[in-house]
Ligand binder design. Structure first.
Ligand SMILES: C[S@@+](CC[C@H](N)C(=O)[O-])C[C@H]1O[C@@H](n2cnc3c(N)ncnc32)[C@H](O)[C@@H]1O
Length: 274
């Protein structure tokens, strides 16, 4: 990766301080390189001329601040994103049957397809009634979308393909219905999910879980942020529980990496072994 020029780094630092102070959402632990592209895009969109110009604008324009805040939080997601990962989860999920009841946390769930992936998987493993799913994200609007459980026509083909490649045992349309020109996941999939806003960098552990999925979010945090999140995940995961990460993520900055064993080389699914 090329080094960020010093003046850009300094301006970006000022912007991060300003947005964190003004919006109450702390972006100081986010990797600067991951933020830069989105900030430069916002500079263009807002006609601010430079990052320094954007700093001045967010100080006086509340709407601009909200737009920038939304741009800094990327919500890219999909149903059964990374099918190999979900095939690996399918192989291991049966351990939940050894508990009379269990809890699974989808942290940083974005707009919801990841939550529906686990609900479908639990259903196909005969565990849907025995496992309570908790779904959280920093963004209130993402959580509201996740709760609505809807998706567009143009997403159906990708979702169906991912579902089948991930080892789906039926048809995706068994789990959703077309209503008013959009697809909606069946109420039975959504009903038992507890949705809430939770900040992985600042909020405390709120329960203990047999399975935690925290995918494609720690990669946006600096090493100190990753260490903080992994401490929280370790506290929240029961012994012998499973932790799922994204394909570009690892336990490198976890103070507890020795407590986990990867279930299969190449797949970011880990079991807490002590
Ligand atoms: C790229 S999406 C990943 C979504 C999903 N986990 C997946 O893998 O498809 C990253 C999500 O992390 C959320 N996020 C960013 N910072 C967060 C934080 N400090 N605490 C909780 N969620 C956060 C964003 O709002 C966004 O929805």
């Amino acid at each position: 990766m090329t080094r960020m020029p010093a003046h850009l780094r300094a301006e970006l630092g000022q912007l991060v301080e300003a947005v964190s102070a003004l919006s109450g959402m702390d972006f100081r632990r986010y990797q600067r390189s991951a933020l830069l592209r989105r900030v430069l895009h916002t500079v263009d969109q807002e006609g601010a001329g430079s990052i320094a110009g954007l700093v001045s604008k967010v100080r006086t324009d509340r709407d601009c601040l909200q737009r920038l805040r939304a741009a800094m939080m990327l919500h890219v997601t999909s149903l059964f994103r990374d099918e190999g990962y979900y095939r690996e989860v399918r192989k291991n999920i049966g351990f939940l049957a050894t508990y009379p009841s269990s809890q699974l946390w989808v942290a940083a769930c974005s707009t919801g397809p990841e939550v529906m992936s686990y609900r479908i998987l639990l259903h196909e493993a005969g565990l849907a009634q025995r496992c309570r799913v908790y779904a959280t994200d920093l963004s209130e609007s993402a959580i509201a979308q996740a709760q609505a459980g809807q998706f567009e026509d143009h997403q159906l083909a990708e979702y169906e393909r991912n579902y089948l490649l991930a080892g789906g045992q039926g048809r995706l349309t068994d789990y959703c219905t077309r209503v008013d020109g959009r697809w909606r996941f069946n109420a039975a999939l959504l009903d038992d999910v507890v949705f809430g806003v939770h900040n992985l960098l600042t909020d405390a552990s709120f329960n203990d879980f047999q399975f935690i999925s925290c995918r494609n979010v720690t990669m946006y945090f600096d090493p100190q942020g990753q260490s903080r999140v992994h401490t929280l995940l370790h506290q929240s995961l029961r012994p012998f529980g499973y932790l799922g990460l994204g394909l570009s993520e690892s336990l490198m900055h976890s103070p507890y990496r020795e407590d986990y064993r990867q279930t299969h080389p190449g797949e970011p699914l880990y079991r807490k072994i002590r």
